[in-house]
Design a protein around this ligand. Structure first.
Ligand code: SAH
Length: 409
């Protein structure tokens, strides 16, 4: 494939680019000059098979060969795919590209969490985070440039929203991280789990997210088991039902409050889909498969949702969920101490307050792990991902104004 350069990203726009440990503007793959050519990263297996059969007049098993070259061996150049005939390679070259996102920088945290800032186009960049742990490696993947949902405690929200990511841009994040980590699916697994918990609301970009998750789970892709791919949603009820029909991944739901009034204050989406409707959809999701659980995320904010009354109401909701799904522990709860960012207007509860909240849940017989804060020295913790968003909602300007008025930086 030709040695084309990536379109220039205006790197001066990007926060923190200068202090990155490594800083590369050179794309990992040859990109651009795609003019009219199809990006193979946009195709899951079913679509790639169709592309081979219908557009190239080739056998469909070629799709699996090409997927393995790309996702197992990180090839982006058709010429290097030596088990394809010369004529087919030339045909592919003329019709398609393998266009990966551009790595703008990569940072590594003191606790080995890694973060990549990836250029999506000239004006937009998103973040992807790798969290290594004992016996597992989790990649936190973004689904949109910014987010439209405007949850008050999330820094992605302050950036406003620009657009959905394409399938290629979503699976491209996995590809960039897997390649950098030296991941070999089925052999040397560095990447064992993916969570759709980066920037954006994945269910608001349904088709592209579902297609990308299918590549994550495909043996010719990253070979992850269904339950090791988790989609986290703020609660788009109709889309939870669609997910139950079209995919088979683990579901996590951002709950954050056991009362409608409080939840609406924190998460405006609750106005449209209040708790009762959300929990109904979660029950339907869990019931579609025997033994299925749903994880509820609960970000603890000091004085806001961390009081005993909140814990008691939360216990009630979780018990009710278990009863309806007819399985003890069907509702898992994950406590996330609030991660601060400039102008957030919320604070992390003291360790003691976090422990007492957890204890109330434990006393009710619930396992309620507190998610360890990882990568906060490189702003890679939950709710700290920012990237660079050409904002179409003007929310980022409003946030800057509020910060200036408050005298913050
Ligand atoms: N939009 C999806 C994906 C985001 S996942 C969703 O809402 O689920 C990221 C998780 O971190 C969500 O549970 C989110 O509510 C939570 N979160 C956001 N900002 C946070 C912050 N500042 N501190 C801790 N958790 C936060």
């Amino acid at each position: 494939m030709s040695e084309t350069r990536a379109p220039a990203i205006d790197i001066t726009l990007l926060d923190g680019a200068g202090d990155a440990r490594s800083n590369t503007q050179t794309p990992p793959a040859s990109v651009a000059s795609d003019a009219g050519r199809t990006n193979i990263f946009d195709f899951d297996r079913a679509r790639l098979e169709r592309f081979f059969e219908e557009e190239l007049g080739e056998k469909k098993f070629r799709a699996q060969q090409v997927m393995k070259w790309i996702h197992h061996r990180y090839a982006t150049d058709f010429a290097s795919m030596t088990d394809l005939g010369k004529a087919l390679r030339a045909k592919l070259e003329a019709r398609a590209v393998v266009h990966a996102p551009q790595v703008i920088y990569e940072k590594t945290s003191a606790d080995d969490t890694q973060k990549w800032l990836l250029g999506m186009d000239a004006k937009n960049a998103i973040e992807t985070v790798y969290i290594p742990d004992k016996g597992r490696g989790t990649l936190c993947v973004s689904s949109q440039v910014g987010c439209a949902l405007n949850c008050g405690f999330c820094s992605t929200a302050t950036q406003g929203f620009n657009r959905n990511l394409t399938t290629a841009e979503i699976i491209g994040q996995v590809w960039v991280a897997a390649r950098a980590l030296g991941n070999v699916p089925h052999q040397q697994r560095k990447l064992t789990n993916v969570v759709m918990m980066g920037m954006g609301e994945p269910l608001a970009n349904f088709d592209n997210v579902v297609r990308a998750m299918s590549i994550m789970r495909d043996d010719n892709g990253y070979g992850l088991a269904n339950k090791r791919v988790t989609l986290s949603t703020a609660g788009l009820v109709p889309m939870i039902d669609r997910l139950a029909q079209e995919s088979d991944v683990s579901l996590a739901v951002s709950l954050h409050a056991p009362f409608d009034e409080l939840r609406t204050q924190l998460m405006p989406i609750n106005k449209k889909y209040p708790l009762a409707e959300l929990l109904d959809a979660c029950v339907r999701y869990a019931l579609r498969k025997k033994g299925e659980s749903v994880t509820f995320e609960y970000t603890l904010m000091a004085g806001v949702n961390d009081q005993p009354e909140h814990a008691r109401a939360l216990i009630g909701l979780l018990r009710d969920f278990d009863r309806r799904v007819q399985m003890k522990g069907a509702a898992k709860i994950n406590l996330i101490p609030f991660n601060p960012f400039p102008g957030a207007g919320f604070a992390r509860p003291s360790d003691e307050a976090i422990r007492s909240f957890q204890k109330l849940l434990n006393n009710a017989g619930m396992i309620a792990p507190v998610r360890r804060t990882r990568g906060d020295d490189i702003d890679a913790a939950c709710g700290q991902l920012k990237g660079q968003v050409m904002d179409r909602t003007r929310r980022s300007a409003e946030h800057r104004k509020r910060l200036q008025a408050a005298g913050a930086h």
